[in-house]
Design a protein around this ligand. Structure first.
Ligand SMILES: Cc1ncc(COP(=O)(O)O)c(C=O)c1O
Length: 383
């Protein structure tokens, strides 16, 4: 790739965004009722964790995802942590996830006391590779009394956390079948995939529990926030309980019957979130339009552009291209930053971070290949 091509790409992005100042990876847009609902919140004085916007926000998520329970929390990371806690994941457990993910996935696992195990990703989805998962389990696991144990460490493999990378659904049906066979809980890190479907079913609703993030860079934001979804009513009750300090209901007494957390989403964040969700169909439509525009442009340039996987409808959270090698990627990132366009690489692979260096892992050919070459392009909604 030549610097002329770099220049062509940067010009295309600037033309697309219609301005010449700095362009971020994914800026939020506030075009709906955000200010109105925020004002309502302030006037009502219900700015904290009780208030009508939290309930309305949760109801809206149920409509979008088709899940039967939704619990709004302070962020996606703590949502994932709470999900694992209610499934009794602790220091006696191990949890499988993919090496190519944002650090929050591994951090949520590690914060429970469990050790993460990393498997490779699939080149067609960028998400967890079912064959890598199957290979790891068939070689390393023994199933006793309906529980999978790691032959090497003797620890229970309690859960598997695939992630829908950049909003593209992974092969969640096959992963679910494998988890069922090995008696492992499936918990979906759907932080990036609000509005993404696999075989017509919303991501985050295949597993026992799923989580979404509403950080400022996501398809819809609450400022900071997350939501936990589950179709299991008992688990939903437990999640609500532990994320609300485990306080027993009483008009004035403070009795907490176990270790709980203050993970509740404040009403003020839910107010922004509700306004954002009202516009989610428009956001998703515009994101698909942008992805198609990028796809055509990169097709002509003969640069591989990542498209939604088979049987999936992606929210195209972050558009991405694959450059020929790491040097080209680094040169391109340098060029784009120098020209005010904040393209980004993928996250460093989890087993390369100091706290996860010693974790068990599979062959990582695909994760290594993709991590060195992928560049994320500005993907914020355009109006
Ligand atoms: C894959 C993944 N998991 C978890 C999170 C954590 O979400 P939050 O930032 O809301 O804690 C994020 C994003 O931020 C993410 O991209």
């Amino acid at each position: 790739m030549t610097s002329v091509m770099f220049d062509e790409i940067i010009h295309f992005i600037k033309d697309t965004y219609g301005h010449n100042h700095s362009i971020d990876l994914h800026s939020p847009v506030f075009i709906g009722n955000e200010k109105k609902y925020l004002n309502e919140c302030i006037e009502s004085t219900f700015v904290s964790s009780i208030g009508k916007f939290v309930d309305l926000f949760e109801s809206e998520i149920l409509k979008i995802t088709g899940a039967t329970n939704a619990i709004a929390v302070i962020n996606g990371t703590m949502g994932l942590f709470a999900a694992l806690k209610v499934l009794n994941v602790d220091q006696n457990c191990e949890v499988i996830t993919q090496a190519l993910t944002f650090v929050a996935t591994a951090n949520a696992i590690f914060s429970t006391g469990a050790q993460p195990i990393f498997v490779d990703v699939d080149s067609s989805t960028l998400g967890m590779s079912p064959s890598s998962l199957e290979e790891f389990l068939s070689k390393n696991v023994i199933v006793k009394n309906n529980t999978s144990f790691n032959k090497e460490t003797g620890k229970k493999i309690a859960a598997c956390v695939p992630m829908h990378t950049l909003g593209h659904p992974c092969q969640i049906d096959i992963i679910k079948e494998i988890c069922n066979r090995y008696k492992i809980y499936l918990v979906e890190d759907a932080a990036e995939s609000l509005g993404s479907y696999y075989n017509g079913k919303h991501t985050g609703t295949f597993g026992t529990i799923g989580i979404f993030s509403f950080n400022g860079n996501k398809v819809a934001t609450t400022g900071g926030g997350g939501i936990i979804v589950t179709n299991d009513d008992d688990l939903a009750k437990k999640i609500k309980h532990v994320t609300k300090t485990a306080k027993l209901k009483h008009e004035w007494e403070f009795f907490h019957d176990e270790l709980g957390y203050n993970f509740r989403m404040p009403n003020i964040n839910a107010a922004i979130g509700l306004a954002q969700l009202e516009n989610i169909p428009v956001f998703l439509k515009k994101k698909r339009y942008l992805a198609e525009k990028y796809r055509r442009f990169f097709y002509n340039l003969k640069v591989p552009f990542i498209v939604e996987p088979k049987n999936a409808l992606s929210n195209y959270w972050l558009n991405a291209i694959i450059l020929p090698d790491k040097k080209t990627r680094d040169d391109f990132l340098q060029y784009s930053y120098a020209n005010g366009v904040r393209c980004r690489p993928l996250w460093e692979l989890m087993f390369k971070l100091p706290m996860y260096e010693k974790c068990q892992k599979t062959n990582m050919d695909i994760s290594n290949y993709l991590q060195e070459r992928i560049v994320n392009l500005p993907s914020g909604v355009l109006f």
